[in-house]
Design a protein around this ligand. Sequence first.
Ligand code: EPU
Length: 424
Amino acid sequence: MEKLVIQGGRQLNGTVKTSGSKNSALPLMAATLLCNSGEIKLHRIPDLKDIQTFSKLLVYLGAEVSYQANTLNISTSNIRCVQAPYELVKQMRASIYVLGPLLARFGHASVSLPGGCAFGPRPIDLHLMAMEKLGASVTIEKGFIEAKVKGNRLRGVQIDFPVTSVGATGNALMAAVFAEGITTINNAAVEPEIVTLCCFLNAMGANIRKIGTPSLEIEGVDNLNASEFTNIFDRIEALTLLTAGAITGGSITVTGADPAQLAAVLGKFEQTGCRIITDTGSITLESPDMLLRTDVIANPYPLFPTDMQAQWIALMTQAEGVSHVIDKIYHERFNHIPELNRLGAHIEIRDNEATIHGPRKLTGTKVMSTDLRASACLVLAGLVAQGVTEVLRIYHLDRGYERIEKKLNSLGAAIERVSYQEFV
Ligand code: EPU
């Protein structure tokens, strides 16, 4: 296994480029399953474990996939299997994204149930509800979701999601692309990753309207054509890098990023006393002498993202006063808190609300987390902790951050990636 060994206490300064978005790349890869001829080129795809896992899944289904210099070439002309196996789905819940496109193109899809998640319940009922609404029969058999089109083709329909879900919106969209007539998705997610998926589907010949609104309209088409498409930047990576600047009292510019997509969090940085300067494609954060306590509530886009909640808690350990962080999306996503407290933070947790007493001097030790953003939070804490922090089991981090230690080291951090063996 590998760990990051962080020598804390260095101020981070400089300019760093963002990578392509993981959470956008995965549905784009799934959407390639809708195209029955030609080769699709996807640019700005980050070199991450989750991308490799999704590639393996596509290859398992019969696709040809190659990856070089952040470009994926995918041909799905010869898909020979419509079953996503447990071994791959359990590694990555986003595998559920193959359900909609396989069902739409082949009339049948079989996807292993994803199983548990490190940060609490993550149901998939809305994905299944959408497939049923579109005219599929959906059953659970031997741990697999079995979805079959009733009749010849899915049918356009109105889908009203009771809760906004990124994944269920993406799956419903992809399933509806070939459905007869018009599908309306109400309470659709408006995350940039969903907007990007719509743009990619339209670039291939789909007819999706009202993109970026919570009421998407999809008029079914007969087929899609291979196309070339560039993925968006990773907004959570960009924000994590800015947080590294803020937590160490430095000044950081991230490039290749659209400030408009980060507005909710940039506004929160300003409340902490940070100065934010935006330009086309770049954001600069300048730290104040002392960070001010700033409360946040994680909610769907365009509000504060749950994927930044853990990193924000790390930041608030260094802010003057008592701050509160509530997660309204994942009520149990707080694995990082006991570990932050082991570093010397003073954080209490009640239901889905963390209360952070700052500022606290953190002291390095060994820490570990069980999910991606919690790992990022511990790396941020390690940057400011006195002495050496070892963040163990960084395979979580490698799922979602491309060369994070290299990027942070280029800004002045001292982080080493080291192999180690865990006691059993
Ligand atoms: N929900 C349901 N039923 C469903 C689906 C979702 O009740 O069938 C609920 C969830 O329990 C949650 C809420 O709806 O309370 C929103 O979940 P959503 O479906 O939007 O999450 P997701 O699509 O499974 C994506 C990201 C997550 C991110 C969430 C929320 C990908 C691959 N994953 O997950 O990213 O936290 O949206 O923004 O895009 C991460 O990158 O670390 C990560 C976990």
